[in-house]
Design a protein around this ligand. Structure first.
Ligand SMILES: [Fe+2]
Ligand SMILES: [Fe+2]
Length: 257
């Protein structure tokens, strides 16, 4: 279970001048608002934020980020897709950092609806040819995950910490006060994960396509935007379960009722 220290976040990987940080649990968990995970990568003293979350989390996430790095050292903000729980804080983040925002080009025309933004700082991920170069020369890999669930959707791989950030892939919806950081009992975790994937993911064909894109990666940790993280044997437990999942249009008759 989440303990009181976890509200301040946790460094999940640290080596040389590189950290992968989970930005903590929300102490004031609100009924009816889906729980989200935010992540921060610090490489050589410069920051990359991953799905930093919507407007109502902004002040909490800013305070947490500031515990680890100055806001003016955030160079990159990655949005896996366009949903409000991912990207509705965009105008606020552009205001407090000098960062560039990376999101699928399919969504660039839509995100100004979240507020007045400087579109010269928004970059379509498609233009990066699969990797984001950091100022140190290290790279973060950008992996298409289209239709899992958004039509313009990306996963993100950090080759130093060997972490795969998967956005809504691997997401789970905790019952109230039931949050935990790492999956321990995979079969039990399925109870809060399976229904979400059956409805929000498009089809097994797309799942197989995404799995072929990540098959050459050495993944030690899977970090989703909601729910708990997968490490050790639960990385393969998750990928094996997901590879067999029938969802979305595979089970369309059970959805169109
Ligand atoms: Fe989403
Ligand atoms: Fe989400």
């Amino acid at each position: 279970m989440i303990n009181s220290n976890d509200v301040n976040g946790k460094v999940l990987f640290e080596a040389d001048s590189h950290q992968f940080i989970w930005l903590g649990a929300d102490e004031e968990e609100e009924q009816g608002v889906v729980q989200t995970n935010q992540y921060l990568i610090i490489n050589n003293g410069r920051g990359t934020l991953v799905d930093p979350g919507g407007i109502h989390l902004f002040s909490r996430v800013v305070a947490l980020v500031s515990r680890y790095i100055d806001l003016d050292k955030i160079d990159n903000i990655f949005f896996s897709h366009q949903d409000p729980d991912v990207s509705s804080g965009i105008a606020l983040w552009l205001g407090v950092t000098g960062a560039k925002i990376y999101i699928s080009e399919l969504w660039i025309r839509f995100i100004p609806h979240f507020g007045i933004i400087d579109d010269s700082r928004i970059v379509g991920i498609e233009a990066l040819n699969g990797s984001l170069k950091l100022s140190s020369g290290n790279e973060l890999k950008l992996i298409p995950s289209h239709f899992l669930h958004s039509c313009g959707n990306y996963s993100f791989y950090d080759p130093i910490s060997k972490t795969l950030f998967t956005g809504d892939i691997g997401a789970a919806v905790f019952p109230s006060n039931g949050q935990y950081l790492f999956v321990e009992d995979f079969n039990k975790h399925l109870e809060i994960m399976e229904g979400f994937h059956k409805r929000y993911m498009t089809s097994n064909v797309v799942i197989k396509k995404w799995l072929s894109k990540i098959s050459n990666l050495d993944v030690k940790l899977i970090a989703p935007q909601h729910g708990a993280l997968f490490k050790d044997e639960n990385v393969d437990n998750f990928l094996n379960w997901f590879s067999e999942l029938r969802c979305g249009i595979d089970i369309i008759d059970s959805i169109y009722v």
